[in-house]
Design a protein around this ligand. Structure first.
Ligand code: K7E
Ligand code: CUA
Length: 672
């Protein structure tokens, strides 16, 4: 975020724009324009459903928020790259492996972009993909469970920002590095100012298994050291290509806000991935030794596994002609967006005064005619005019991202002038503009990145809210704004707060997924090694100083609920199986002094909380999810005795009756 802010302010100097132009993102004292929201258009009556699911990145919280459109109501936070203090994701023994990486356990990452799976260029409602930005990873979220099913680390990468972007049949999800760095198998102990010699870029093609969705790195392409920012796959006529924006073609290694803005133009990289596939088939790939984690969650045993992979296939453009082309693009391009027909590629230079629109047909012709302006590190540079359809003139300041309504219109977010500009793909004329409150980053139209946008609504994801909401101390809420785009003019209809900092989001018709939701996990299919599939299987066993508790939860008791014989220093594993087979009846589990978390267990599922007996005494445990009128009765006790004691290991529910005679340690005065 601050990068964009700095650049925005710096751009005032660069472009020589009067400071007044920046006031667009300051609180506007005249809020009439902002107060014209038509509540009836976003009103979803109590008990009624929204029209769209909106899958929204949480930015620095590393999670995804699921909202209804048009109501803006928040339904769920899906933990992806961060531990969750709601479900126990990343805390339970079963889910900890999901956050494993070659750097070890990473509890929190930064998530910017969402890509929903597609078939024939349209949403198919199967999976959502998301990028882990800081420690480069890709995640796949199952839209039947709204849970993270898989996380794949990306080697040779640092700052996985140009990711995930998906092909029209979900063959590949790409991951291009923001920071070029020395490759993983090179000695990285080099002076930072040897960027030009030693730093390389890398673009990963992650194949998606069409049946299971499982991800694997099919190949990587080495590139010159630049910063990759964003991308889109071609579609329709341009299917087979990817377009990436890149900045820092200056290859600066310090003070990028000045040094990476020196050149008049950076690049869009046009990448022919069908060609790359041919080179892979022809054996042009070289194996490189690397190390990266592949983590998979199984709904069969309700557990994740983490595997280290040690090899990746790399393609060197020097061995692969006609695969990569650079297209000059003004001033630090950010979003690179492909229209629904696949013909137009819209590149938004953050510091540029116009928006170039490239034509796929013209790019093809330029390649055939060799209309090149030399090369950049051996990669041909297509002449700007030869690839250009035209420029949108005076669109506003600080163009970032563009989406499409499928009716021939494009909508571009303008960070610096804090507005959305609607323009015609046909004649590139600006048709309408609306202010955003304030400083919009991404915008999204349901189905906007597909071949068949659903249109109707547009959502702005803003960086600053200032005076829009009741203040909450130094940090104000993050926010989105909903616009009606069914008419000629865009109309603001709703402000709604979001969690984390929203970057990209994709909305999908509710009808595509709402009836496929997993309601329970079948208890008889539970393959967890510590599952207790009935109260008769509940037990406690000691293995050295580990104590394993096979515990069941059902309204409204835990079995066992009395456990004795645990000793000081023991590591106790509570494997809690929820025996319920009804939708929406989770049970929770917490025990006093737990150093990691609580857990929340879905019907038919088993989850494990590890707990250390750190002192002698009685430790209550209980269900944390209000599950019945007797929820507050859903509790038990665990007794910890000194290491040298010979208290036998016992467990029970309902049979450990009150003692009738004074027992050791009991209060004698009250037990007469
Ligand atoms: Cu523009 Cu990370 Cu997609 Cu945010 S990025 S705004
Ligand atoms: Cu189970 Cu409350």
């Amino acid at each position: 975020m601050s990068r964009y802010l700095n650049r925005a302010f710096f751009s005032v100097g660069v472009l020589g724009i009067a400071l007044g132009a920046l006031q667009g993102c300051k609180p506007n004292t005249n809020t009439t324009a902002a107060a014209t929201g038509d509540a009836s258009k976003s009103f979803v009556a109590p008990g009624k459903y929204d029209e769209f699911y909106n899958v929204v990145s949480g930015g620095f919280n590393g999670q995804i928020g699921i909202y209804g459109i048009p109501s803006g109501r928040l339904f769920r936070i899906v933990p992806v790259f961060s531990q969750s203090a709601e479900s126990g994701y990343g805390f339970s023994e079963e889910t900890k492996p999901m956050l494993n990486t070659s750097h070890g356990f990473v509890p929190w990452d930064d998530l910017h972009h969402i890509a929903l799976s597609q078939t024939k260029g349209e949403h198919d409602g199967r999976w959502a993909f998301a990028n882990g930005n800081n420690t480069p990873r890709l995640a796949r979220i199952d839209l039947n469970t709204f849970r993270t099913a898989e996380i794949l680390e990306i080697p040779n990468s640092a700052g996985n920002h140009a990711s995930p972007f998906i092909t029209e049949n979900s063959e590949y999800v790409v991951a291009a590095t923001r920071f070029s760095v020395p490759l993983d198998d090179q000695n990285g102990d080099v002076p930072i100012n040897t960027y030009k010699q030693n730093f390389k870029g890398s673009i990963s093609f992650v194949a998606v298994d069409p049946g299971s969705g499982k991800m694997s790195i099919a190949f990587q392409i080495r590139t010159p050291g630049v910063n990759f920012d964003l991308s889109r796959a071609g579609k329709g006529k341009s299917n087979g290509w990817f377009f990436f924006s890149c900045y820092n073609s200056e290859q600066a290694n310090t003070l990028l806000e000045v040094n990476a803005s020196a050149k008049d133009k950076d690049f869009v990289l046009a990448l022919n991935w069908k060609k790359a596939e041919e080179y892979v088939k022809a054996g042009k790939g070289k194996k490189q030794a690397v190390k990266y984690a592949h983590n998979v969650y199984s709904d069969a045993n309700h557990s994740a596994t983490s595997e280290m992979i040690t090899e990746v296939l790399e393609l060197d453009p020097a061995d692969c002609p006609d695969m990569l082309y650079f297209i000059p693009c003004p001033k630090s391009p950010h979003g690179t967006d492909v229209d629904p027909t696949g013909e137009y590629i819209v590149a938004s230079g953050k510091l540029a005064a116009s928006i170039p629109v490239f034509s796929f047909d013209k790019i093809q012709k330029a390649i055939a005619d060799k209309a090149f302006d030399g090369d950049y590190s051996g990669i041909p540079v297509i002449k700007y005019e030869a690839a250009l359809k035209g420029e949108v003139q005076k669109p506003g300041l600080g163009p970032l991202h563009t989406e499409f309504d499928g009716k021939g219109n494009a909508y571009t977010s303008m960070f610096v002038s804090s507005e959305i500009v609607k323009w015609s793909l046909d004649n590139l004329q600006v048709l309408d503009r609306v202010p955003t409150y304030y400083s919009i980053g991404h915008l999204s139209i349901p189905g906007g990145p597909t071949a068949k946008p659903h249109g109707k609504y547009m959502i702005a994801y803003n960086k600053i809210t200032k005076d829009r909401y009741l203040p909450t101390g130094p940090e104000l809420t993050q926010s989105a704004q909903l616009y009606d785009i069914s008419g000629e003019k865009m109309k603001l209809i709703l402000d709604f707060p979001t969690t984390g900092e929203p970057h990209y989001a994709e909305a999908i018709p509710a009808a595509l997924i709402k009836d496929k939701q997993v309601k329970i996990f079948k208890i008889e299919e539970n393959a967890h090694p510590y599952a207790a599939k009935g109260e008769g299987q509940a037990k406690v066993e000691r293995k050295g100083n580990e104590v394993h508790v096979w515990m069941t939860a059902i309204r409204s008791h835990l079995t066992p609920d009395n456990i004795e014989g645990v000793k000081l220093g023991d590591n106790v594993y509570f494997h809690v199986t929820n025996l319920e087979q009804d939708w929406d009846v989770p049970h929770g589990f917490a025990i006093k002094g737990a150093n990691n978390a609580e857990i929340l267990i879905m019907p038919g599922e088993t989850q494990t909380l590890q707990w250390k007996a750190d002192r002698v005494g009685i430790f209550p445990f209980y269900c944390t999810d209000f599950c019945s009128a007797l929820h507050q009765e859903m509790q038990g006790y665990l007794r910890v005795s000194p290491t040298v004691s010979n208290t036998p290991l016992t467990f029970s529910t309902g049979t450990n009756k009150p003692a009738v005679t004074p027992t050791e340690g009991a209060d004698k005065s009250s037990s007469k």
